[in-house]
Design a protein around this ligand. Sequence first.
Ligand code: UD1
Ligand code: CA
Length: 524
Amino acid sequence: MPEAELVVVVLAAGQGTRMKSSRPKVLHEIAGRPMLAHVLDSVAALAPDRVVVVAGPGMEPVAELAAAYPRTEIAVQAQRLGTGHAVAVAGAALGTAREAADVLVVCGDTPLLRPETLRSLVARRYHADAPDLLCLAFRPQNPNQYGRVVLDDEGGVRRIVEYADADESERANDLCNAGILLGDGAVLFPLVGALGNDNAKGEYYLTDVFALAAAAGRRSAVVEGDPEEVLGVNSQADRAQAEEVFHMRLLGRAMAEGVTLIDPTTVWLSADTRFGQDVVIEPAVFVGPGVSLGDGVRVRAFSYLEGVRIEAGAVIGPFARLRPGSVIGPDARIGNFVEVKNAVLGAGAKANHLSYVGDTAVGAKANIGAGTITCNYDGIAKHRTEIGAGAFIGSNTALVAPVRVGDGAIVGAGSTITRDVAADSLAVARGAQREVPQGAARFRARHGAPGDSAQQAPGKMKPAKKKPAKGKPVKKAAKRATAKKATAKKGATKKSASKKTAKRTSAGTRRPASRGGPRSRKRK
Ligand code: UD1
Ligand code: CA
């Protein structure tokens, strides 16, 4: 018997009330990818002739996701009347084509499904006994609320009983329905059209087609699958369980590709993470969607990566954060507490400590000193920074974008760079240093050694005189200062150092002075 065309129907219209979320269930993510995308990936591996995704009204993101797959269309189920009704909606979209095809129905909430399992279902249809309908079943450790598959004496499906409708003895049967069905379209759709909704949920259950098929003398069969693979996600707890299974798969796959994971289970990978050869990932690293790690890349502990291409030989972290739109060039270094966003670093460029590099192009071998900040945002728009090849940015530099530092230029530490710096120039933009010879010694003589409050016996402390608070209006403060100067100048030399120390070290006595300051007055 030649194989018929293959049409796949993906059920994704349910809101997923048990997820307690405003997001459609099938868009909840596993390994950084919507569940529906995982299902569509497995479906696409079968190279079907047509795929119909049944979505609910207003589920534009579901339609958008489906549009990324070949030969895939959307059918909208206006009312969520059950899985059987959803298949009828898909049937209407397919038109007469549905009769000649094999129809595979999968649920959008079964993200761990492998293409091999779907293939085995298709293959079973072409065994000598050529069953009209096939059900993918499994025996989980905890059969939970899955529908139960009741077999007849020949191993065909007599009927499927939904958990809500099952009695104790039926629930004791551990053969569960995975929610995946394959049928001859010419048999399936007429049965779907005959479904009723006289059941516990008042829904049109797709599963009832098996009882109808048996009554009509149609042949059915069961293929048993791996319980781990057909896990249906109905709740947040189910999602977390699926995530764990998928996580272990990804770790296994990465190691099979030769990635060294020092402590695998502490590393988080995404479904689309790409690895070169000899990649090493240290413990506690999060790799979000859209990350590729080139040959010999090492990601050190506690780093967070998403949407970044890291090229051969680069070393990242520890404690690095790489954000979307970034490319880290070959042999570049991103060190601790460095955040990189939408930035391209050239070969051998370095940002080793405590920096923010955003909306920036960094040339090859440029060196970005500790504490460098690209000030890319002025509160309204984002602006770009360009740092030329071989440039050296001194520590604690603020680069106020848009700004460009030319090739080979040097920026002195502590600079605030607001204008372009030409290639090979030296730019320094900071307050000039002032030195007061013996100033420190005089300061200590007046105030005591810093932190040395024990110098003073508390009993000898005297309440301080009111002093003008910091931030007093300049005029008033200046006036008072001139008035004081006349008396205090002489006094300062006469007064013993210890008296003044008492004034400073007693925090309580300083407070009244500052309370009278302008800041507190404003508050009233
Ligand atoms: C379904 C099966 C159950 C099986 C289980 C496996 C039925 C009646 N029950 O139960 O036997 O053990 O899957 O995981 O089929 N959906 C629609 N439109 C609707 C209703 C549902 O598109 O009107 C979609 C949902 O989005 C979901 C899928 O169909 O992706 C399954 O629906 P769900 O409500 O999760 O069915 P279960 O109760 O899990
Ligand atoms: Ca389900």
